[in-house]
Design a protein. Sequence first.
Length: 324
Amino acid sequence: MSVNTMTKERAIFAGGCFWCMEKPFEELDGVLSVTSGYSGGSNANPTYENYSAGGHIEVVEIIYDPARVSYDKLLDVYWQQVNPTDPGGQFVDRGYAYSTAIFYTTAEQKRLAEESKAKLDKRGVYDKPIVTPIEPAQTFYAAEDYHQDYYKENPLRYKYYRRGSGRDAYLNEIWGKDRKGFSQSEIKQKLTPLQYEVTQEDGTEPAFKNEYWDNHRDGIYVDIVSGEPLYSSLDKYESGTGWPSFSKPLVPENIVTREDRKLFSVRTEVRSKLADSHLGHVFDDGPQPTGKRYCMNSAALRFIPKEDLEKEGYAEFMALFEMK
């Protein structure tokens, strides 16, 4: 049966960050499309900049063929992607905009959703009550193009975002899923030879012949593998070494240091927490007030200009540059 003549039905689920909700459903046979978007609020045509102000939450709209995949199956997949006991958001993403919800489009969907929720509650999977509401569907608004199929367009950052947000650790504990990180082959496919040598093999790029040593634009520097934020241009300074140097990390908890006894000396190596990428070294000859010089390899970093912070998912750091 062709797509044009088959029966199509629609399901709408909210499970926190919509980036993490697309892939599990797109992998199901019978699912025709999954679209990230906004729903549940009062303002028409919301955008990423204003959807939460209007009371919308992040959702995915699923178009599926009920002859090939049942709504019950969609519900099973849904419950295994979320924490339905947390009314304050999903994992690292806090606030109503990241809450869970099932929006039914038919009376049958409502019945099945309520039965599924009751069965899950009785199983005793959680030590807290399930608070996910089951509500009638409202107008669905598709999110901007750069939010669609995020896991395909940004596979490395997507995987490390899932891990870093705490989502995978929680689901692993509840459902016993095997959610591994990246294989070295995956990383090697995504990085240039120099990026791979630096981040995975503890290499060092040439001084003065790298991308960011003399970059003076406003923005932040993130891990080339995982996308975890590491440094800000506000803390970058001219060290004269030929490598990008910073007086302090942007997010200290994303930085790991350890003793390095290579090259017949003792230095302090700097690595990223989530990706475990080799970034460079830190020295005690930097400017005050920190006295530190975080000497980094450009090949381990990706620069996000301040004008792209919101689009790239780093809106929380915009305020730093507005105060400049």
